[in-house]
Design a binder for this molecule. Structure first.
Ligand SMILES: NC(=O)CC[C@H](N)C(=O)O
Length: 191
């Protein structure tokens, strides 16, 4: 049973814990470096990315997170979690820190005011049936580096990507999801 941490200083932690537990993972919240150290894989939930980065710095988790991701820990970011994994951000504050590792540029709040939040059924690479995707003030991926695979798109923009053992979605598969996207991540963890 893989040990999967969910970054828990801010964000929709409980939904991820429930989904991962239902899939048979040993899922637990991560608030300190000792908890991070026992993760086989990590989920960065949705929430508010600037707040999450600031709290990570305050609780001395930011540098440990950066090293674990650099060392190849499988990591899955959803929405704000995608922003935290991105190497470059557009539409953020100038001093916004990220964990980084994913060679993409993401645009925060990209879908704009009109469609602040919306839902869509999206084709997802490797899955037979469309995934029901809930978007809440979501980013999209503006540019991808050469090693990045696009797994899903919405309105012509990448909204799910994978690079090696890193995976990110603009939407919230932990909300009204059926577990299949988390299963894709657990398969990555299993290697
Ligand atoms: N639902 C979400 O995670 C929203 C992300 C948020 N707009 C941010 O920039 O961090």
């Amino acid at each position: 049973m893989p040990s999967i941490g969910v970054f828990a200083l801010q964000g929709d932690v409980r939904e991820h814990l429930q989904t991962l537990t239902a899939l048979g993972a040993d899922a637990f919240p991560v608030r300190r470096p000792a908890e991070l150290a026992r993760c086989d894989g990590l989920v960065l939930p949705g929430g508010e990315s600037t707040t999450m980065a600031k709290l990570a710095r305050t609780f001395e988790l930011l540098e440990p997170l950066r090293s674990r991701v650099r060392e190849g820990m499988p990591t899955f970011g959803t929405c704000a979690g995608m922003i935290l994994l991105a190497d470059r951000i557009e539409g953020g504050t100038a001093d916004q820190e990220t964990i980084g590792g994913l060679d993409v540029t993401v645009r925060r709040n990209a879908f704009g005011r009109q469609v602040d939040s919306f839902e869509a059924d999206l084709a997802f690479a490797g899955l037979a049936d469309p995934v029901h995707a809930v978007f809440i003030r979501a980013p999209w991926v503006e540019r991808t580096g050469p090693g990045v695979e696009v797994l899903a798109e919405a309105q012509g923009h990448p909204v799910a990507v994978r690079q090696g053992r890193l995976m990110a979605t603009s939407f919230h598969p932990e909300v009204e999801g059926d577990g299949r996207v988390h299963r894709v991540f657990l398969d990555l963890v299993a290697g």
